[in-house]
Write a protein that binds this ligand. Structure first.
Ligand code: ADP
Ligand code: MG
Length: 351
């Protein structure tokens, strides 16, 4: 087990004006035993970053270190993938279809351990860790559900006790209900073994709910890395705000700790002066159905999700605002409501 440090790593594909900087000057530290998710849209360089760490690709610039050991860059001879002690769970086709579960899990163990009692015990231990019954050991991958296959793939990556585990969108092929339970099992297994892990995903909920740290990528660059609540409540720019959740971005004018905007006066998380762009989460917009207290508007659209609902309101000045409220008692299209902003609001310099 060790920490992972990526410093100024760049990787381009192709040459000249056709070149794509798939990973562009990325610097990221994953502390020993912690779990980081890399969040970004498709094509932003997530898989390339994992392949660089695993050693299947070499960086054009920058360095990668596990603990104090540099494995690529800084003029050192690159350490080959099989010597990096990395557990890699690729996006698809992670398991060998012709091998049973036990052989899949034992695959990365030293040859001598594979057929031994020690090897068999290790397989049992790994099945237990990923919360699968031990009689699954004799099954083939095609006799398992998608979620069970992902757990076996994780068990295989953890069996040799790797320094770092890399997971490439491991839950993207699973349906919503299975995704949650599989993700929870994976997080428990990683925590139980105190494994340093990096998981890449384009799914905001997954990125926020699983990790100690979320690293947001855009166009090959890392734009923010921080604890989940900080990324959500204090995104580094309005684009990150809109990528990690729904956001209402309104122009306003700031005076120290306060600002005024179409939703009235709001309290800022950090003092600012002059013209600003204000980022308000829809659940911060309180929808008052009964009192004429706040900024008046009329309900245009209600999307009901059961546990809560999203309400699109057109303010009297024409501004459109999205609010989220508990689903228990909600307005209907055409209702007149009054809106107030609760909690602290993040202000940005206007674009
Ligand atoms: P993600 O995993 O976030 O979807 P990738 O890392 O797969 O993104 O790809 C990042 C960018 O690099 C994309 O523009 C992709 O087309 C390009 N790319 C990835 N691998 C290669 C390759 N082997 N050759 C050329 N271009 C590549
Ligand atoms: Mg990918």
């Amino acid at each position: 087990m060790s920490s992972l440090t990526i410093t100024g790593v760049t990787k381009a594909f192709g040459t000249g004006p056709e070149a794509t900087r798939a990973v562009d000057d990325v610097t990221l530290h994953v502390p020993h035993g912690s779990f980081t998710t890399v969040l970004g849209p498709s094509g932003c360089g997530k898989t390339t970053l994992l392949r660089l760490i695993a050693g299947f690709l070499l960086p054009d610039a920058g360095s990668i270190a596990f603990g104090d050991t540099t494995v690529a860059g800084d003029g050192v001879r690159p350490v080959p993938p099989q010597s990096r002690h990395v557990g890699y769970v690729p996006q698809e086709g992670a398991l060998f279809p012709h091998l049973d579960v036990a052989a899949n899990i034992a695959f990365g163990l030293p040859a001598a351990a594979r057929g031994s009692q020690e090897g068999r015990d290790r397989v049992t231990e790994m099945l237990d860790l990923v919360e699968l019954p031990s009689h699954f050991r004799d099954r083939r991958p095609d006799e398992l559900s998608g979620g069970q296959q992902q757990r076996v793939a994780l068990a295989r990556s953890l069996a040799p006790q790797p320094a770092v585990v890399l997971l490439d969108e491991p839950f993207s092929s699973l349906d919503a209900s299975l995704r949650g339970t599989t993700a929870t099992a994976v997080r428990r297994a990683l925590a139980a073994t105190n494994t340093t892990a990096l998981l890449v995903t384009h799914d905001q909920n997954e990125a926020l709910s699983l990790a100690d740290q979320v690293a947001v990528m855009r166009g090959g660059r890392l734009v923010q890395s921080a604890p989940p609540s900080e990324v959500y409540l204090s995104p580094s720019d309005p684009q990150v705000a809109e990528f990690v959740g729904r956001a209402v971005v309104l122009p306003g004018t700031a005076t120290d700790a306060h600002a005024t905007c179409a939703l009235g006066e709001v309290v800022l998380s950090e003092a600012a002066t002059g013209p600003v762009a204000l980022m308000i989460r829809p659940e911060q917009v309180y929808v008052d159905l009964a009192h004429a207290d706040g900024v008046r508007g009329s309900v245009e659209e209600v999307s009901y999700y059961g546990h809560d609902c999203a309400v699109r309101v057109r303010l009297d000045d024409g501004t459109s605002v999205l609010a989220r409220m508990a689903g228990v008692r909600h307005p209907s299209a055409g209702d007149i409501v009054h809106l107030r902003v609760t909690g602290l609001v993040r202000a940005y310099r206007p674009a």
